[in-house]
Write a protein that binds this ligand. Structure first.
Ligand SMILES: Cc1ncc(COP(=O)(O)O)c(CN[C@H](CF)CCC(=O)O)c1O
Length: 366
């Protein structure tokens, strides 16, 4: 039969309110004809930046003016613009396991990038200090990929680190923070920052359509001045019709209704998948139940190597990613256990049983 997917890399668009979105696009065409004929503001339309700044103030406690928001066609592009204007001798600390695409991007830009291991509270602050880094990339609300939620105590330590010397910044990647089951989100790191050292980034890749490519970055005032000086003729690469439509989509309340609906939809699939995995694997599986995001980590007892698991998954037509994808420097030994990143956005409720059956075959049989 066909492939099944436990990939963490997609969003479930089966419930996306396309009619509402089309209405917003039509409104954008009616009310912003002149702007659509021009290149527009390099940071993105003011109205859209205002809608985003009001939304993240409400949902994440982020304190900013629309002027501080830079809209971009993807988090990578925004990070590239931010780091392009930094001293090449800057030293970067990044979570390990962590966002390997970002690790590669920063390395390719020529920076010294130090992968920093995690402890039970998230990134190890002692190792950050000893790494002599001046840029720290973290995913505090739902560490990518382990899912750890960095407690307030550790957040304070990170902010104290940033305030501890000149030209230190924390890039807070608040990816998939919209999806929290049972608990509410802890406010952002940026909301606790009193020294303008936190650069906040967010994305609509998981909450709209991944293909829309709309992400944003909130710069502290001094970096905003530097950004405007460094990029006098930068252009906005995101599609301005989509950006105007997004403004109406947020302002009309359609966006927050969609997030609520998706939280419930994802929670149902997540709970069913965890229940089926525990039933099928019993004490062969260990799932740290962090009620957030669009994937979770499951640890399986297995004599197989990551190579064998990945090969068996392909053979079993099961799209699946292992923790090896995110190990930057700390290459974990399998030692009889392997960790999988189990996504539930790309699997229908009715396919979950079959996916667990295939996974059992991948992990247990050789
Ligand atoms: C940690 C993290 N911060 C941001 C994004 C959003 O990036 P963008 O859509 O460009 O705004 C992702 C998205 N990650 C991708 C899809 F899940 C790929 C994962 C993989 O490479 O394993 C991410 O993991």
């Amino acid at each position: 039969e066909g492939w099944l997917s436990l990939s963490h890399m997609s969003a479930d668009i089966s419930l996306f309110p396309f009619k509402d979105w089309m209405k917003c696009e039509n409104r954008a065409i009616d009310e912003h004809r002149r702007e659509l004929a021009e290149l527009g503001h390099p940071q993105g339309p003011y109205l859209t930046r205002k809608a985003i700044s009001r939304m993240i103030a409400l949902t994440r406690g982020v304190v900013c003016e629309p002027e501080q928001i830079i809209i971009g066609a993807g988090t990578q592009l925004l990070v590239q613009q931010l780091m392009e204007m930094q001293n090449k001798k800057s030293i970067i600390a990044i979570e390990d396991p962590g966002y390997s695409r970002l690790y590669r991007l920063l390395n390719d830009m020529g920076f010294t990038v130090n992968p920093i291991e995690l402890d039970n509270k998230g990134i190890n602050i002692k190792k950050v200090e000893s790494s002599n880094a001046n840029f720290l990339f973290v995913t505090p609300s739902h560490q990518f990929p382990t899912g750890k939620i960095i407690p307030v105590t550790r957040r304070i330590e990170l902010l104290n680190w940033a305030a501890g010397a000149e030209n230190r910044y924390i890039i807070e990647d608040d990816y998939d923070s919209e999806f929290k089951y049972e608990t509410n989100s802890i406010p952002s790191l940026q909301s606790l920052d009193r020294n303008q050292r936190v650069i906040y980034t967010g994305t609509f890749s998981k909450t709209l359509l991944p293909g829309t490519r709309i992400s944003y970055m909130v710069l502290p005032p001094d970096l905003l001045r530097k950004y405007r000086k460094h990029y006098p003729d930068l252009m906005q690469y995101s599609n301005s019709l989509a950006l105007f439509a997004l403004h109406y989509f947020i302002e009309s309340g359609a966006y927050s209704r969609h997030i609520k609906r998706m939280n419930h939809h994802y929670e149902v699939k997540r709970n069913l998948l965890i229940e089926q995995l525990r039933k099928k694997f019993n004490d062969q599986v260990c799932i740290e139940n962090i009620p957030a995001g669009l994937h979770f980590i499951a640890q399986f007892k297995s004599v197989k190597t990551y190579d064998e698991i990945e090969a068996c998954a392909k053979e079993g037509r099961l799209e699946l990613y292992t923790m090896r994808r995110f190990m930057l420097k700390n290459k974990y030994k399998e030692n009889g256990r392997i960790e999988l990143v189990i996504g539930f956005a790309n699997i229908d409720e009715g396919e979950i049983m079959e996916a667990v059956e295939r996974l059992y075959w991948v992990i247990v049989f050789d």
